[in-house]
Design a protein around this ligand. Structure first.
Ligand code: COA
Ligand code: ZN
Length: 302
């Protein structure tokens, strides 16, 4: 059992913001490259309106193309984002067994993302969560703009704490705290995650950091210090929310793996194989490789 679990959100958070739209078959290749490196958790797509997010069209084809049998005794957790009941139903029809639903730290972000009020999004999430429990589907609830909203500014930590208690009590398998625009600093992360871990225990909490201001890794470290052992990251640092101005890529999975492994915290991921997934991500999207691990590894080879 690895000390820290990484959920690679590159195939969803990463690809949704790329100008180049990848065919489902190429998204499947990327997910498989990640699984081949020992990544056990992948956010593989989203059942959202194809008009809202063209890059996520064909999520059912992605799901159909994925192998999800146990590998080395571990069954991968392949998660799809769903924004509403329609998305949940489509995901179920496609055979999805793990979904991610989004809650919001601010009103404006909820409106920009799903054309719902913050409270309506909470109600929709609660309803889907109930259904998912009946269906035996695993659920992550992720709270977007948990630290700062591009329009409303700093988010009240009390609001995030109430959402965490409420949705964990409702039975969410995981509550993920997302710094959607990369605005958080490590002290803020430590304070919030300490509070949430104190109130709910750390086991079902996770964090999602964007590296907009090069604070992705240090925020991972700050959360680790509070006992958080699960993180989202994106291969090659892909990412960014098309509906949150200023958001850049997620913290790069390869950088997080490199840091954790060097600290003696196992991830179960083979860094060389992960770099092959990173090269594939770069090749498929045509964007420059993100993160710093690649340059370091190439230097170490000299
Ligand atoms: N998947 C696919 N299609 C969907 C859908 C879903 N989950 N939910 C709604 N639709 C379709 C409707 O069937 C309708 O289609 P039609 O025009 O052909 O009849 C159309 O989308 C509009 O439906 P409506 O309920 O009015 O939605 P909306 O226009 O208010 O948009 C969302 C709401 C949630 C569907 C849309 O904003 C969305 O998909 N957002 C996702 C954003 C996202 O992924 N952000 C990044 C992740 S944090
Ligand atoms: Zn994100």
């Amino acid at each position: 059992m690895p000390a820290v679990i990484l959920n690679d959100v590159g195939p969803r958070d990463g690809l949704q913001n790329q100008s180049k739209v990848l065919e489902p078959i190429d998204r499947v290749r990327l997910v498989h490259a990640l699984l081949d490196s020992g990544v056990t958790h992948v956010e593989a797509g989203a059942f959202v309106s194809p008009r809202a997010v063209p890059a996520m069209a064909g999520a059912a084809d992605v799901m159909a193309g994925l192998y999800d049998e146990a590998r080395g005794g571990v069954t991968p957790v392949l998660t799809f984002l769903v924004p509403n009941l329609r998305g949940y139903e489509l995901a179920r029809e496609a055979g999805v067994r793990s979904v991610c639903m989004v809650l919001y730290g601010s009103e404006r972000m909820a409106e920009a993302n799903v054309q719902m009020s913050r409270v309506d999004a909470e109600h929709a999430t609660a309803e889907i969560l109930q259904r998912a429990q009946r269906d035996g589907v695993r659920v992550t609830t992720t709270v977007a703009v948990a630290f700062e909203c591009p329009w409303e500014g700093p988010t009240d930590p009390g609001r995030i704490a109430s959402l965490a208690s409420e949705f964990l009590a409702r039975g969410a398998d995981e509550f993920c705290v997302a710094d959607t625009i990369g605005a958080a600093n490590p002290r803020q992360v430590q304070k919030l995650m300490q509070r949430l871990a104190g109130e709910n225990g750390a086991a079902r909490l996770s964090c999602h950091f964007h590296d907009t201001r090069a604070m992705g890794l240090v925020n991972v470290y700050a959360a680790l210090e509070t006992g958080i052992r699960k993180f989202d990251a994106a291969i090659s640092g892909l990412g960014g929310c098309p509906f949150a101005p200023g958001a850049s890529g997620n913290v790069a999975t390869e950088d997080v793996v490199m840091m954790l492994e060097q600290m003696g915290l196992s991830t179960g991921i083979d860094l060389d194989a992960l770099m092959r997934a990173s090269s594939l991500a770069t090749q498929l999207t045509g964007t420059a490789p993100g993160g710093r691990a690649r340059a370091w590894l190439q230097r170490a080879d000299l």
